[in-house]
Design a protein around this ligand. Structure first.
Ligand SMILES: Cc1cc2nc3c(=O)[nH]c(=O)nc-3n(C[C@H](O)[C@H](O)[C@H](O)COP(=O)(O)OP(=O)(O)OC[C@H]3O[C@@H](n4cnc5c(N)ncnc54)[C@H](O)[C@@H]3O)c2cc1C
Length: 467
C-alpha cells in the first residue's frame, strides 16, 4: 500500500478538448462508409452480371439468390476478421468493446448469409427440386474444385457460431470458448479456394479479381502484422516483467511491472492490456486488466480481483516473472473526452482504471468528481484521498449492498431514486464527461440514469469488465 501511494505526481498539462474524439468520429464514419461501399460494389457486379434478370425463373433464381448471399457473406466475413485484427486506427476510434459488439453483429449476419448461400446454390444446382438436394450435395462436395475443403471450412464456422450463441457460451469456460473461436480463421481460410476456383462473380473480370484478391490479401496481412507481428516486436522491445506484487485486501492485488522504454508504448491512463504471465499453469492464457495508475517511463501497474484461476494466481507471482502483453487498448480516457469537467463512477474493482484516470487526466481543482460504489470497504482509499488533496478531486463514497435490482446505489441513500440522488450530488452532471466502470448490469443501470439526466451518448464513456 505505502509504495502505491508514492505513485501520485503533479497535475498533467491541459490538452485541447475533443480533437481526437472528432478524429475518431471521422474514422468511424469512414470505416462504415467503406463497408457499405464494398457491399454496394459486389451487389453492383451481381446486377451487372444479370443477377436480377436471373431471378425471373425458379432454378436460375435460386442460383442468383445463392450467388448474391455468398458474395455479401464473403465480404462480411473479411470485415469480421478485420474488426478483430487489432488495427490501431479502428482500435482507437471504436475501442475493443464496441468492436467486439460490431464483430458479433457482422458475424451472425455473415453466417446466416453463408447458410443461405449454401442452401440456395445446392438447391439451384439440384434443378430446384428438394428431393435431389442430398445427391447434388454429395456430387458437388466430391466433384467441384475446392468444395470438400469449403465444407470443412463451413463446419468450422458452424462450430464457432454455435459456441458463440450466448446460451452456449455461458456453459463454456472463457479459455475453451476462446480456443474454439480461433477455428474461425481456419474456417475462413478453407472457404476461400472454392470462391476463386468456381466463383465466376469473383474472378469474372479484372476489376473483380483485383477487388477480391486485394481484400483477402489485406485481411491476411492485417492479422499477421497486428495480431502477431506488432505484439511480438513490442514484447521483444519492452521486456516487461513483474517488479512487485502488493496485497490491497479483499482478494485484490496490485502487480507492479517494469520494462524498457515503456513510454514508447504510448499507453494512457484508463487503457487496458491483455497480459500473459509466464509462470505456472495458464501461462499461455491472456487476460485483460486495466492500468490502475497513470503509466510512466519505467513502470505500469494493474490491480486485480481474484475471480477465478488466472486472476487468482497473480498473488503468487515472483518478482522478475516475464510478462507478455498485447495492447494498449481501450478508449476510456482523454481520447474520448469532449469537456473540461469530468465525473468518474466506479464499482468495486471497476474503480482501478478510474483511479488511473484521476491521476493521469488534466483537470483543475473542483473540475473532477469520483463516485466510488463498494460493498464493505473502498478499494485504494488512501490513494484516492491523496489525489483529492493534491488535485482537488471531489470524492463521494457510496457504500453498502445494492438497495434493489433496479438501482445501482446502496441502501444508505434512503428513498431518493437514482436520478434524484445523482443530480443532488453532482448538479452539473450534464456538463461533464462521465467515465463509468464496473460489472456489466451495474454499468448499464448507471448509463440509464445518465441518459435520463440528459447526457448525450458522446459524454458517457464505459469500460465493462466482461465482454
Ligand atoms: C477490458 C477489461 C478490463 C479489465 N480490467 C480488469 C482490472 O483492471 N482488474 C480486474 O480485477 N479485472 C479486470 N477485468 C476482468 C478480468 O479480465 C477477469 O476477471 C479475468 O479475466 C478472469 O479470469 P479468471 O481466469 O480469473 O476467471 P474465470 O473463471 O476464467 O472467468 C471469470 C469471468 O471473467 C471472464 N473472463 C475470463 N477470461 C477472460 C478473458 N481473457 N477476457 C475477458 N473476459 C474473461 C469470464 O467470461 C468470466 O465471466 C477486465 C476485463 C476486461 C474485459
Amino acid at each position: 500500500m505505502a509504495r502505491s501511494i508514492l505513485l501520485l505526481r503533479s497535475a498533467p498539462a491541459a490538452p485541447v478538448r475533443g480533437g481526437r474524439a472528432r478524429t475518431d468520429a471521422v474514422v468511424r464514419l469512414g470505416a462504415g462508409s467503406l463497408l457499405w461501399l464494398s457491399l454496394l460494389l459486389v451487389t453492383y457486379w451481381w446486377v451487372a452480371a444479370g443477377g436480377v434478370q436471373d431471378l425471373g425463373s425458379w432454378e436460375s433464381g435460386l442460383l442468383s439468390a445463392g450467388r448474391i448471399s455468398g458474395l455479401v457473406a464473403s465480404d462480411l466475413l473479411l470485415v469480421q476478421v478485420l474488426l478483430m485484427a487489432r488495427l490501431p486506427l479502428l482500435e482507437r476510434a471504436f475501442g475493443q468493446d464496441r468492436l467486439a459488439h460490431v464483430h458479433r453483429l457482422v458475424g451472425f449476419t455473415s453466417f446466416d448469409l453463408m447458410v443461405a448461400h449454401v442452401v440456395l446454390i445446392v438447391w439451384g444446382y439440384a434443378g430446384g427440386s428438394v428431393p435431389h438436394i442430398p445427391a447434388e450435395t454429395w456430387r458437388m462436395t466430391w466433384n467441384d474444385p475446392g468444395m470438400l475443403i469449403a465444407v470443412a471450412g463451413t463446419l468450422c464456422l458452424v462450430m464457432v457460431v454455435v459456441t458463440s450463441i450466448r446460451a452456449a457460451r455461458a456453459r463454456l469456460r472463457y479459455e475453451s470458448w476462446h480456443l474454439l473461436h480461433l477455428y474461425a480463421y481456419l474456417g475462413v481460410g478453407l472457404a476461400l479456394p472454392h470462391q476463386l476456383w468456381t466463383g465466376t462473380d469473383l474472378v469474372g473480370s479484372t476489376g473483380r479479381t483485383i477487388f477480391w484478391w486485394s481484400a483477402w490479401a489485406v485481411t491476411a496481412a492485417a492479422v499477421l502484422v497486428f495480431r502477431l507481428g506488432v505484439p511480438a516486436w513490442r514484447n521483444l522491445r519492452h521486456r516487461v516483467h513483474v517488479t512487485s506484487v502488493v496485497a490491497e485486501g479483499d482478494g485484490v492485488v496490485s502487480v507492479h511491472l517494469g520494462g524498457r522504454n515503456l513510454h514508447r508504448l504510448r499507453a494512457e491512463a484508463g487503457q487496458f492490456f491483455v497480459w500473459r504471465f509466464l509462470a505456472g499453469e495458464g501461462r499461455t492464457r491472456g487476460n485483460p486488466y486495466s492500468l490502475s495508475a497513470a503509466p510512466t517511463h519505467e513502470s505500469l501497474r494493474i490491480t486485480v480481483k481474484d475471480l477465478g484461476d488466472q486472476s487468482g494466481r497473480l498473488k503468487e507471482l515472483a518478482v522478475g516473472t516475464r510478462v507478455l502483453f498485447e495492447g494498449p487498448f481501450g478508449r476510456l480516457g482523454d481520447r474520448a473526452r469532449t469537456r473540461d469537467r469530468v465525473a468518474f463512477i466506479g464499482a468495486g474493482v471497476g474503480i482501478t482504471p478510474l483511479r488511473a484516470l484521476a491521476e493521469g487526466m488534466a483537470y483543475a481543482p473542483g473540475e473532477a468528481v469520483m463516485l466510488h460504489r463498494y460493498r464493505d470497504r473502498p478499494l485504494m482509499q488512501l490513494e484516492l484521498e491523496r489525489l483529492s488533496d493534491q488535485r482537488g478531486l471531489e470524492l463521494l463514497w457510496l457504500p453498502g449492498t445494492r438497495r434493489s435490482d433496479r438501482s445501482w446505489l446502496g441502501g444508505h441513500v434512503g428513498s431518493a431514486d437514482d436520478l434524484t440522488a445523482l443530480t443532488s450530488w453532482v448538479p452539473d452532471i450534464t456538463e461533464r464527461d462521465v467515465y463509468v466502470c464496473g460489472p456489466t448490469v451495474w454499468t448499464a443501470q448507471v448509463v440509464t440514469t445518465l441518459r435520463a439526466a440528459g447526457l448525450a451518448p458522446d459524454q458517457i464513456h464505459l469500460e465493462s469488465f466482461s465482454w
